[in-house]
Each structure stands twice: as C-alpha cells, then as structure tokens.
Design a protein around this ligand. Structure first.
Ligand code: URA
Length: 182
C-alpha cells in the first residue's frame, strides 16, 4: 500500500466500534522521510475534532519539549496506536489495538525512521514489550529489527505530575543526541 491507499483505508475503516463515534480518523502527521517518529496512544477530543495528532494540551506540551531540544515538529512524524478517539478518552481496548495496529505498521514501513519514541506506557507496552514499566524504563534504548526504540512519559502524565518534567527533558536530550549519532 502506498500513502494514498493507506490514508484512504484508514479514513474509511470500520474494523472496530470506534468508527461510530469518531469525528475524524487521526491518521498521522509530519515528515514522511523522518528519522524520528513519535507514537502516542489514541486521539483525544481536540485531535478527533481536527484530525491531527497531539494538538491539544498534551500536544502543546510535547511541542515545548521538542523546542527545548531543538527538534522541529515539521521534521518528525507523529502518529498513534489507535487512529480513532476512544469515548471519554478511555484506554484503548486490546481488540481495538489489534484491529488498528497494521495501519501503524504500514506507516513505519513506509517511513523507515531510525528512531521510534513511544509516548507513554500504552504505546511502549504495544511496541516495545508487554511488561514495559514506564517509571523504571523510560529513556532506555531497545533495538527492534532496524529500529532503535525508546519510551518517554506521555505528555498528559506530565500535565498531571509536573515533577516528571525533569526526566522528560533528560530523555528528550538523549533522543536528540541519538539522532545526531545515527
Ligand atoms: N494523546 C495521545 O496519545 N495522542 C494524541 O494524539 C493526543 C493525545
């Protein structure tokens, strides 16, 4: 599948119940030749309304961290495990992830980023390992196939607990450094 076919398939997707409540399918945004890809959990309200990932409060905080380590949002690709918003922002159900994950796999295969950063526990458990512990393992590097992977706190978690911001900044600096090395 090329980008056009993939985006079309996603927009028309009815594989799970979330299609009934979505306003927009939130496919992904950014540089399709990016070396760095971020993967979040699922769209929230603002994302569902706009069709663009990470544009709400959490997204604006992510932008600040990107700015802090001199990474341009235009240079990266940002997507989510789920393309449709779960009602009231509940956690994705395993079966919803199972139905949706192939869209993300296709995106990764088309982009071939060097580094994939999971935003939060849900993405890390799905993409790095099922028993991923975000408090203990954020900022740790994992090699999976051709990809270097790590996870950082979800920006929404930083909004709830600003003490985590220091760790986030350190992890983002490590990511920037890794990009420079690779
Ligand atoms: N949280 C996510 O995980 N993804 C978004 O796109 C927005 C908020």
């Amino acid at each position: 599948m090329d980008w056009k076919e993939l985006e079309q398939a996603c927009a028309e997707c009815k594989k799970c119940e979330l299609c009934k409540t979505r306003i927009n399918c939130v496919f992904g945004v950014g540089n399709r030749n990016a070396n760095l890809m971020f993967v979040g959990e699922a769209p929230g309200e603002q994302e569902d309304l706009s069709g663009i990932p990470f544009v709400g409060r959490a997204g604006q905080l992510l932008d600040k961290f990107l700015f802090a380590v001199d990474i341009d949002r235009e240079d990266v690709y940002i997507a989510n495990i789920l393309k449709c918003r779960p009602p009231k922002n509940r956690d994705p159900l395993p079966e919803e992830e199972d139905q949706c994950i192939d869209y993300l796999r296709h995106q990764v295969a088309l982009i071939e980023p060097k580094v994939i950063v999971c935003l939060g526990r849900i993405a890390a458990m799905r993409l790095i390992k099922p028993d991923f512990k975000i408090t203990k393992e954020h900022g740790t590097w994992f090699k999976k196939g051709n990809y270097l992977m790590t996870a950082v706190y979800h920006p929404a978690a930083l909004l709830r607990d600003p003490r985590k911001k220091e760790d986030m900044l350190e992890d983002m600096r490590k990511i920037k450094q890794k990009l420079l090395e690779t």
